[in-house]
Design a protein around this ligand. Structure first.
Ligand code: CAA
Length: 379
């Protein structure tokens, strides 16, 4: 971490302690999202970290962004996720949008005034994303969208949605990507999901019934929507990895603090070698994950995203988050299982990190495909 990153994260840490931490236990229980917290993060300058200043972004690197997400996730995984999904939408608009689309939609997203969401999954196409059924039929002046998207992070609180829909035949080549706005005629919100974790981050169904999308809201050209989605996910997966690191780090911090004060058999439980081995493994895995996330972030900063590294970072950091948060509950014992301490919340919030933006099984599929390709190139 350089001097700038140290300053950035320590002042952000203070912001999170003052503005996020006091609400989390209550809001997790109530399933309450606070727009003022998101806007506060926007005023703080972290809702558009990697976007150029010309679009209202902070113009920082993906490595800076990884530290930002790690810091927010130490206080709230759901708010970090709201920032990361909205930032993925921004990266899609930046990389695949035309000048008009960037000018029109980016400033409200980078400033944190509005939230962005990404709509790929459907009830029958989760991992097999290219098998989606939502259609976008060409009509005069644009497209008519029909279908239902499922499990959409920030559904209902977001204003700008990147929606993938079928304009052509079967498979990836028949998919196109569109910009749809909350309030567009024919676009409504369905079921709000009841979840194990991420309770302060709404997850909703999106319903399209003869929803007219004007031609100017098509991203790139017809048939390029799957590439748009996958390109966005390369960046999104590194962000989810960074959130995994923050989640694991908080669980580790809580475990060390507790084990140094909790006395059993006339000594701090930290002094038992069994616990020291456990804490050392938790710390080592967290640090290894951080290094991997930063290595993937470096590839994004270089301008040539390394998809294999992005998937590896997501896989390693989110499996680590699950393992470290589970161990943290074990270190705290009975109280770790109660909401008196935050570790059970972080354990619940860690689980879905192994599922979103491609399950960790899908990350292994991506990695294996790259391994095969690299082997064939060098054979
Ligand atoms: N960047 C750009 N283009 C890419 C790409 C990438 N990283 N990876 C693949 N593509 C392109 C391919 O080049 C190909 O295009 P061409 O034919 O023009 O060359 C096209 O995409 C199809 O690729 P595949 O043949 O590899 O497609 P596939 O059907 O075999 O699927 C998959 C590959 C990796 C399994 C993919 O379906 C996948 O990632 N599935 C998981 C879906 C997912 O991550 N969902 C997350 C939901 S969003 C979410 O969770 C966000 C949230 O709310 C928190």
């Amino acid at each position: 971490m350089n001097e700038f990153q140290r300053e950035l994260t320590s002042s952000l840490e203070k912001f999170c302690q003052d503005n996020i931490e006091p609400h989390m236990e209550h809001d997790d229980h109530e399933g309450k999202f606070r727009m003022e917290i998101f806007r506060g993060l926007g005023e703080y300058g972290v809702t558009g970290v990697t976007l150029p200043e010309e679009f209202g972004g902070a113009g920082l690197s993906y490595q800076d962004y990884a530290y930002v997400l790690e810091t927010i996730a130490k206080y709230s995984v759901p708010y970090a996720v709201t920032v990361s999904v909205s930032s993925m939408v921004q990266s899609i608009l930046l990389n695949f949008g035309n000048a008009e689309q960037k000018k029109k939609y980016l400033p409200a997203l980078t400033s944190g005034e509005e939230i962005g969401a990404f709509a790929l999954s459907e009830s029958h196409s989760g991992s097999d994303a290219a098998n989606m059924k939502t259609t976008a039929k060409k009509v005069d002046g644009g497209y008519m969208l029909n279908g239902t998207k499922m499990w959409i992070t920030s559904g209902g609180i977001a204003k700008t949605y990147i929606v993938m829909a079928r304009t052509g035949g079967e498979g990836a080549k028949g998919v196109s990507a569109f910009i749809v706005r909350d309030g567009d005629k024919g676009f409504s919100f369905g079921k709000a999901e009841k979840k194990m974790g991420w309770k302060t981050s709404p997850t909703r169904e999106l319903v399209f019934e003869n929803c007219f999308v004007p031609q100017e809201n098509l991203l790139l050209e017809e048939g390029k929507g799957f590439n748009v989605a996958m390109g966005g996910l390369d960046r999104g997966r590194v962000a989810i990895g960074a959130i995994g690191v923050g989640c694991a780090q908080r669980a580790l911090d809580e475990s060390i603090k507790y084990s140094l004060t909790r006395q059993q058999f006339k000594q701090a439980i930290f002094d038992f070698q069994g616990l020291q081995f456990m804490l050392s493994d938790m710390a080592t895995e967290t640090e290894a994950s951080r290094l991997m996330v930063h290595s993937a972030a470096l590839s994004l900063d270089s301008g040539t995203p390394n998809s294999k590294l992005c998937s590896m970072a997501k896989l390693k950091a989110t499996d680590t988050a699950m393992k470290v948060t589970t161990d943290a509950v074990q270190v705290l014992g009975g109280v770790g299982y109660t909401s008196e301490y935050p570790v059970e919340r972080f354990m619940r919030d860690a689980k879905v990190l192994q599922i979103v933006e491609g399950t960790n099984q899908i990350q292994r599929v991506v990695i294996a495909r790259h391994l095969k390709k690299e082997y064939e190139q060098h054979a």
